[in-house]
Unconditional design. Structure first.
Length: 95
């Protein structure tokens, strides 16, 4: 049976001078069925795969990026279907 990833993120956007809009993303990746954290899941921008991070042992992640590098987050982990979601503009967003 396929398992799905459920995750919530908080996006904090701020203007970063001449470099464009800087977005901070943080959240927790959990198994949608059990609610358990997904350890060491990859959270990144598919348009710029080197921009991202991994979840810790509690499923928590945080990283910042320049909005010009992409507006879509992707989460992937072994044994789970990949999850992709556009990051909407705003101070705080739950996905």
């Amino acid at each position: 049976m396929k398992r799905f990833i459920l995750f919530s993120i908080l996006c904090f956007a701020q203007v970063a001078g001449l470099t464009g809009q800087r977005v901070w993303v943080s959240g927790r990746v959990t198994d949608a069925r059990t609610g358990e954290p997904v350890l060491f899941a990859n959270v990144y921008l598919p348009e710029s795969p080197s921009t991202g991070t991994m979840t810790d042992v509690e499923g928590v992640f945080e990283f910042g990026f320049d909005r010009s590098k992409g507006t879509r987050l992707e989460v992937s982990a072994i044994g789970y279907n990949a999850f992709s979601q556009k990051v909407p503009a705003g101070d705080s967003v739950r996905l």
